[in-house]
Design a binder for this molecule. Structure first.
Ligand SMILES: [Zn+2]
Length: 228
Protein backbone atom coordinates (compact mmCIF):
# COMPACT_ATOMS: atom_id res chain seq x y z
CA UNK A 1 0.00 0.00 0.00
CA UNK A 2 1.43 3.24 -1.08
CA UNK A 3 1.36 6.33 1.17
CA UNK A 4 1.95 8.71 -1.76
CA UNK A 5 -1.68 9.78 -2.30
CA UNK A 6 -2.03 10.51 1.40
CA UNK A 7 1.20 12.55 1.37
CA UNK A 8 -0.03 14.51 -1.66
CA UNK A 9 -3.38 15.09 0.13
CA UNK A 10 -1.56 16.87 3.08
CA UNK A 11 0.45 19.29 0.94
CA UNK A 12 -2.31 21.87 0.35
CA UNK A 13 -3.10 21.86 4.09
CA UNK A 14 0.53 22.53 4.93
CA UNK A 15 0.48 25.41 2.45
CA UNK A 16 -2.59 26.96 4.07
CA UNK A 17 -1.02 26.65 7.54
CA UNK A 18 2.14 28.26 6.27
CA UNK A 19 0.20 31.17 4.74
CA UNK A 20 -1.76 31.59 7.96
CA UNK A 21 1.46 31.60 9.98
CA UNK A 22 2.90 34.21 7.65
CA UNK A 23 -0.26 36.31 7.90
CA UNK A 24 -0.26 36.03 11.70
CA UNK A 25 3.40 36.94 11.74
CA UNK A 26 2.73 40.03 9.61
CA UNK A 27 -0.13 41.08 11.86
CA UNK A 28 1.98 40.56 14.99
CA UNK A 29 4.82 42.59 13.45
CA UNK A 30 2.41 45.36 12.44
CA UNK A 31 0.92 45.39 15.94
CA UNK A 32 4.32 45.42 17.57
CA UNK A 33 5.35 48.27 15.24
CA UNK A 34 2.23 50.25 16.19
CA UNK A 35 2.81 49.73 19.92
CA UNK A 36 6.46 50.72 19.46
CA UNK A 37 5.36 53.89 17.64
CA UNK A 38 2.87 54.67 20.43
CA UNK A 39 5.48 54.10 23.10
CA UNK A 40 7.81 56.45 21.24
CA UNK A 41 5.13 59.13 20.93
CA UNK A 42 4.22 59.18 24.67
CA UNK A 43 7.51 60.66 25.89
CA UNK A 44 7.43 63.14 22.98
CA UNK A 45 3.97 64.37 23.97
CA UNK A 46 4.93 64.42 27.62
CA UNK A 47 8.01 66.50 26.92
CA UNK A 48 6.05 68.81 24.61
CA UNK A 49 3.20 69.44 27.08
CA UNK A 50 5.49 69.65 30.10
CA UNK A 51 7.54 72.27 28.28
CA UNK A 52 4.35 74.17 27.41
CA UNK A 53 3.09 74.11 31.01
CA UNK A 54 6.50 75.16 32.35
CA UNK A 55 6.69 77.97 29.81
CA UNK A 56 3.18 79.12 30.80
CA UNK A 57 4.07 79.18 34.49
CA UNK A 58 7.37 80.91 33.66
CA UNK A 59 5.58 83.67 31.77
CA UNK A 60 3.03 83.89 34.59
CA UNK A 61 5.80 84.24 37.20
CA UNK A 62 7.48 86.97 35.19
CA UNK A 63 4.15 88.72 34.71
CA UNK A 64 3.39 88.38 38.43
CA UNK A 65 6.79 89.78 39.38
CA UNK A 66 5.41 93.28 38.86
CA UNK A 67 3.45 92.72 42.12
CA UNK A 68 0.37 94.61 43.30
CA UNK A 69 2.02 98.02 43.33
CA UNK A 70 2.47 100.14 46.45
CA UNK A 71 -0.11 99.24 49.07
CA UNK A 72 -0.82 102.00 51.63
CA UNK A 73 0.14 101.29 55.23
CA UNK A 74 -1.75 102.03 58.44
CA UNK A 75 -1.55 104.70 61.12
CA UNK A 76 -2.68 103.72 64.60
CA UNK A 77 -6.00 105.06 65.85
CA UNK A 78 -4.46 105.02 69.32
CA UNK A 79 -4.32 107.04 71.48
CA UNK A 80 -8.12 107.43 71.21
CA UNK A 81 -9.03 110.26 68.84
CA UNK A 82 -12.62 110.75 69.99
CA UNK A 83 -13.70 107.69 68.01
CA UNK A 84 -14.91 104.50 69.66
CA UNK A 85 -14.34 101.68 67.14
CA UNK A 86 -16.23 99.21 69.35
CA UNK A 87 -19.54 101.04 68.82
CA UNK A 88 -22.18 99.52 66.58
CA UNK A 89 -23.44 102.78 65.03
CA UNK A 90 -25.39 101.60 61.98
CA UNK A 91 -27.45 98.65 63.16
CA UNK A 92 -30.56 100.25 61.60
CA UNK A 93 -28.97 99.62 58.15
CA UNK A 94 -29.11 95.84 58.72
CA UNK A 95 -32.91 95.97 58.65
CA UNK A 96 -34.46 94.86 55.37
CA UNK A 97 -35.83 97.52 53.02
CA UNK A 98 -33.39 100.30 53.99
CA UNK A 99 -32.36 102.38 50.97
CA UNK A 100 -28.87 102.25 49.49
CA UNK A 101 -28.32 105.91 50.34
CA UNK A 102 -29.12 105.36 54.02
CA UNK A 103 -26.79 102.34 53.99
CA UNK A 104 -24.05 104.42 52.40
CA UNK A 105 -24.53 106.95 55.21
CA UNK A 106 -24.34 103.99 57.58
CA UNK A 107 -20.74 103.47 56.48
CA UNK A 108 -19.82 107.01 57.66
CA UNK A 109 -18.46 105.91 61.10
CA UNK A 110 -16.23 103.31 59.40
CA UNK A 111 -15.08 105.93 56.87
CA UNK A 112 -14.25 108.29 59.76
CA UNK A 113 -12.02 105.59 61.25
CA UNK A 114 -10.39 104.94 57.87
CA UNK A 115 -9.75 108.70 57.42
CA UNK A 116 -7.38 108.30 60.38
CA UNK A 117 -5.88 104.87 59.91
CA UNK A 118 -5.77 104.57 56.11
CA UNK A 119 -7.03 107.62 54.14
CA UNK A 120 -6.38 105.89 50.80
CA UNK A 121 -8.89 103.17 51.57
CA UNK A 122 -11.42 105.84 52.62
CA UNK A 123 -10.77 107.71 49.34
CA UNK A 124 -11.20 104.47 47.36
CA UNK A 125 -14.58 103.84 49.02
CA UNK A 126 -15.80 107.39 48.33
CA UNK A 127 -14.69 107.04 44.71
CA UNK A 128 -16.49 103.70 44.41
CA UNK A 129 -19.67 105.31 45.74
CA UNK A 130 -19.29 108.25 43.34
CA UNK A 131 -18.91 105.80 40.44
CA UNK A 132 -21.99 103.84 41.52
CA UNK A 133 -19.77 100.82 42.15
CA UNK A 134 -20.99 99.91 45.62
CA UNK A 135 -23.89 97.47 45.67
CA UNK A 136 -25.85 96.81 48.86
CA UNK A 137 -27.41 93.37 49.03
CA UNK A 138 -29.94 91.75 51.33
CA UNK A 139 -29.98 88.28 49.85
CA UNK A 140 -26.30 87.82 49.19
CA UNK A 141 -25.15 84.63 50.87
CA UNK A 142 -21.57 84.28 49.67
CA UNK A 143 -19.97 80.87 50.12
CA UNK A 144 -20.17 80.43 53.87
CA UNK A 145 -16.89 82.27 54.44
CA UNK A 146 -17.42 85.18 56.85
CA UNK A 147 -15.80 87.80 54.63
CA UNK A 148 -17.53 86.52 51.54
CA UNK A 149 -20.84 86.74 53.39
CA UNK A 150 -20.40 90.29 54.74
CA UNK A 151 -18.64 91.93 51.82
CA UNK A 152 -17.03 90.94 48.55
CA UNK A 153 -15.08 92.64 45.82
CA UNK A 154 -16.50 91.68 42.44
CA UNK A 155 -13.41 91.84 40.27
CA UNK A 156 -15.29 91.33 37.01
CA UNK A 157 -17.59 94.33 37.50
CA UNK A 158 -15.08 96.22 39.66
CA UNK A 159 -17.70 96.77 42.31
CA UNK A 160 -17.86 96.36 46.06
CA UNK A 161 -20.72 94.21 47.33
CA UNK A 162 -21.88 94.99 50.87
CA UNK A 163 -24.29 92.62 52.59
CA UNK A 164 -26.71 94.26 55.04
CA UNK A 165 -25.40 91.95 57.80
CA UNK A 166 -22.15 93.93 57.74
CA UNK A 167 -23.94 96.67 59.69
CA UNK A 168 -24.34 94.31 62.67
CA UNK A 169 -20.57 94.55 63.20
CA UNK A 170 -18.95 97.32 65.21
CA UNK A 171 -17.54 100.31 63.31
CA UNK A 172 -13.90 99.22 63.65
CA UNK A 173 -14.64 95.76 62.28
CA UNK A 174 -16.60 97.24 59.37
CA UNK A 175 -13.58 99.44 58.57
CA UNK A 176 -11.20 96.45 58.76
CA UNK A 177 -13.42 94.32 56.49
CA UNK A 178 -13.56 97.15 53.96
CA UNK A 179 -9.72 97.19 54.06
CA UNK A 180 -9.83 93.45 53.28
CA UNK A 181 -11.91 94.14 50.16
CA UNK A 182 -9.69 97.07 49.16
CA UNK A 183 -6.70 94.71 49.24
CA UNK A 184 -8.54 92.32 46.92
CA UNK A 185 -9.21 95.22 44.56
CA UNK A 186 -5.47 95.91 44.38
CA UNK A 187 -4.48 92.37 43.44
CA UNK A 188 -2.82 91.99 40.06
CA UNK A 189 -4.32 90.09 37.15
CA UNK A 190 -1.53 87.43 37.05
CA UNK A 191 -2.35 86.56 40.67
CA UNK A 192 -5.99 86.06 39.70
CA UNK A 193 -4.92 83.89 36.75
CA UNK A 194 -2.68 81.77 39.01
CA UNK A 195 -5.56 81.30 41.46
CA UNK A 196 -7.90 80.35 38.59
CA UNK A 197 -5.32 77.84 37.25
CA UNK A 198 -5.09 76.25 40.69
CA UNK A 199 -8.74 75.21 40.30
CA UNK A 200 -7.84 73.38 37.09
CA UNK A 201 -4.97 71.52 38.72
CA UNK A 202 -6.79 70.59 41.95
CA UNK A 203 -10.48 70.15 42.75
CA UNK A 204 -10.65 72.78 45.51
CA UNK A 205 -8.00 75.05 44.02
CA UNK A 206 -5.87 77.30 46.20
CA UNK A 207 -7.94 80.34 47.32
CA UNK A 208 -5.10 81.30 49.69
CA UNK A 209 -3.29 82.75 46.66
CA UNK A 210 -5.79 85.63 46.90
CA UNK A 211 -6.97 85.40 50.50
CA UNK A 212 -3.60 85.58 52.27
CA UNK A 213 -2.93 89.18 51.18
CA UNK A 214 -6.41 90.32 52.16
CA UNK A 215 -6.47 88.54 55.53
CA UNK A 216 -3.04 89.93 56.47
CA UNK A 217 -4.11 93.44 55.46
CA UNK A 218 -7.28 93.11 57.54
CA UNK A 219 -5.18 91.99 60.50
CA UNK A 220 -3.00 95.09 60.09
CA UNK A 221 -6.18 97.19 59.99
CA UNK A 222 -7.48 95.56 63.19
CA UNK A 223 -4.17 96.20 64.92
CA UNK A 224 -4.21 99.86 63.86
CA UNK A 225 -7.84 100.29 64.93
CA UNK A 226 -8.09 98.20 68.11
CA UNK A 227 -4.42 97.86 69.03
CA UNK A 228 -4.69 94.05 68.95
ZN1 LIG B 1 -11.23 87.80 50.88
Amino acid sequence: MSTLPIKEGFLPLAGIEKRQRQKTGRLARALAGGVRADLHSVPRYLVRYSALVLALFGVLSLWEAQGDGRIPGFTSLLPPMGIDPSRVSSLHCAVEGVSDEVRWQGLTPALKILDHVNPQVAAWLRQKHADGSIAFFEDYRGTGDRHMALAKYDRLRRRLIVNHWLFCENDGTVAAILCHEYRHARQSLPKLVRCALSFIVTKDGDPSILENDAVLYEQEANFAIFGK
